[in-house]
Ligand binder design. Sequence first.
Ligand SMILES: [Zn+2]
Length: 257
Amino acid sequence: MILIFIFIIGLCIGSFLNVVIYRTEKDISIVSPSSFCPQCKSPIKWYDNIPVISYLILGGKCRNCKNRISYWYPAVELLSAVLTTVLFLKWGYENTFWFVAATLISYVLIVVSVIDFKTMMLSDLFSYIIAFIGIISSFYNPLFEGNLYSKISSSVLGIIAGAGSIYLLMKIGKIIYKKDAVGDGDMFLMGAIGSFVGAKGIIDVVIIASFLGAAYGFILIITKKLERFSYIPFGPFLSGASIIKIYFNIKILNLFN
Ligand SMILES: [Zn+2]
């Protein structure tokens, strides 16, 4: 029963994340009133704004103009609901504070990833929010050990290692390719991820993200959707990898010991 409740809460938050994603892309205020159809601008009634269900009832089309509603909307709602439920099952009872922190981080990562997927842009503001949550929740972070002081240090060192490694990569990339191979946005995102996976965790995240990215690239190639040299955003894979990392606490380096 409680899980159904958590799932529904996750759907509703996902619905809000859609608003944040849409309004960040279009650079409009998040606090301005009701939702509207992106195509015909007609306001969306509350009964047409029920997460996932309304999308199914309307057959993925706007009630007013019959234009297709992007599948991103129900996808974000479902992803948000599933993540909330899964993280609740893992930490909801025994480490409630960390459950809240980890779900908040996941929500921001969903927003970051979808925007990166659609626009190839990473907003630094979201990275700052994640880093902030990462630091203040570090005491409850199950990846970190020791007393309060050493846990906060782990978080801060993670930020430095994450951002620093991408900074080095940027400098090296610039020397080799004579142009920017990685962006500033990736640097801030990697620093943000470091705040909750720690310095060593960064290595795990990069390895997992590479596998995810390779798998995605492979799917694109076999479905012939990938044009040669087309740009694949790395933000979504880093985000996904960081959630996998904290959930399973994978320590790839230990596998070689
Ligand atoms: Zn419409």
